[in-house]
Design a protein around this ligand. Structure first.
Ligand code: FAS
Ligand code: PHB
Length: 385
């Protein structure tokens, strides 16, 4: 198996395949340090925790992860608690993607898996043959990797998706007119559970990594640059958007990471082209408002790993033949939830007063309807695989 991309998708797929006796080679464009320097997801669905456990990398999640029973949705004068545990019997786990990726790299090193960093000019060929080939160069030397199957785990800007002919691909996209400015600070979290704040000043999210490491986001125009945002400007903007008592009590401090992420909804179908299978961000992108990005990558891995083991070890192709449709069924539901959370919680510059009323009504409905809260909770904790 050739796996293009050494992010969470590629590493988790490789780990599960290796444990089932399927050999893999991971080709990663960046250095390991660069991969691990990216601050991304923070919330793991229970299905994700389960699969990490099955892959043998669940120990630190259990030890250091923060189980959360719920979260809050607020606007200027309303605070709605979504009690996942009471509504669905399930929790989510707050544990940073960086930690997951670190654990996967350690496990893959222990497995002796070949991970080649710094690859360039990756090209995938012979996908319609019994044996495919991934060509790449490393330190200026051209190489060829012959393999049975190729997993495209190379993210939104990778080469895999574009290997599928344009005439075959069906792409769907919604680019949002705002981004998220994220800050990591060594301060105690503002609240014991996450707060998704929809205020008249714009969206904010109060999250965390542990009892002394907080993760915050504010909605910013897509034209903003990180260097335009001092820590002071960030904290005063955040406080305006959080409930006043939370804002008054919260501890601020120096940012140790600050970055702006654009928001888009994107999906490309199909997820298979001959011996190539797309996984994770290579196939789909969701706005982080629903905490689905990393978790969707994991459910793709869940479907694909068992299908590939069947194909390689038992020469049964039903799993790989059904992978695309099966994964897309769950992807589109998560796509919908992420889009709904984003449109409900963000102010759009061109929105009229009616749209603002609709957002307020959505929150008021959640406050008064247990059915509405249960629907949101079921999606947030993760729909069944
Ligand atoms: P990744 O993009 O993580 O990994 C792809 C890997 O492929 C990278 O290491 C890249 O270097 C490599 N690659 C690319 N092209 C290659 C090539 N040609 N050859 C070899 N290697 C190549 N999700 C959430 O749930 N919550 C969040 O808050 C959140 N915040 C995010 C913030 C940002 C800025 C971004 C970009 C994403 C965020 N996400 C979030 C989503 C994110 O967590 C992804 O869903 C997750 O990283 C998906 O993992 P992969 O599919 O492995 O893709
Ligand atoms: C985070 O902690 O980075 C985080 C949590 C929940 C989200 C998005 C980001 O929906």
């Amino acid at each position: 198996m050739a796996i293009i991309g050494g992010g969470p998708s590629g590493l988790l797929l490789s780990q599960l395949l290796n444990r089932a006796g399927v050999d893999t080679v991971i080709l990663e464009r960046s250095t390991r340090e660069h991969v691990l320097s990216r601050i991304r997801a923070g919330v793991l669905e229970s299905g994700t925790v389960e699969l990490l456990r099955e892959a043998g990398v669940g120990d630190r999640v259990e030890l250091h992860g923060l189980p959360h029973d719920g979260c809050y949705l607020t606007d200027d004068d309303l605070m709605v608690h979504i009690n996942f545990k009471a509504l669905t019997g399930k929790q989510v786990m707050v544990f940073g993607q960086t930690e997951v990726t670190t654990d996967l790299y350690s496990a893959q090193d222990a497995m002796g898996t070949m991970i080649i960093h710094g690859v360039e000019d990756v090209r995938i060929t012979d996908l319609d043959q019994s044996q495919s080939c991934v060509e790449f160069s490393i330190d200026g030397v051209s190489k060829k990797l012959n393999c049975l199957y190729v997993a495209g785990c190379d993210g939104f800007h990778g080469v895999s998706r574009n290997t599928i002919p344009l005439g075959v691909r069906r792409e769907y996209e919604r680019v949002y007119p705002f981004g998220w400015l994220g800050v990591l600070s060594e301060t105690p979290p503002a609240n014991h559970e996450l707060i998704y704040a929809n205020s008249s000043h714009g969206f904010a999210l109060a999250s965390m990594r542990n009892e002394n490491l907080s993760r915050y986001y504010v909605q910013v125009p897509t034209t903003d640059k990180v260097q335009e945002w001092s820590d002071d400007r960030f904290w005063s903007t955040l406080k305006k958007r959080l409930p006043s008592d939370t804002a008054e009590a919260m501890v601020t401090g120096a940012s140790i990471e600050k970055s702006i992420a654009p928001l888009r909804s994107f999906a490309s179908e199909p997820l298979r082209w001959g011996n190539l299978f797309l996984v994770g961000d290579a196939a789909h992108i969701v706005p982080p408002t629903g905490a689905k990005g990393l978790n969707l990558a994991v459910s793709d891995v869940y479907y694909l790993h068992s299908a590939l083991i069947d194909a390689v070890k038992a020469k049964r192709s039903a799993g790989i033949d059904g992978y695309s449709d099966r994964a897309l069924a769950r992807i589109w539901k998560a796509m919908r939830f992420s889009w709904q959370m984003t449109t409900m919680l963000h102010r759009f510059d061109d929105e009229d007063s009616f749209a603002a009323q609709m957002r307020k009504a959505s929150l008021n409905h959640l406050a008064s309807s247990e059915t509405a809260r249960r629907e949101l909770a079921e999606n947030y904790i993760g729909l069944p695989y």
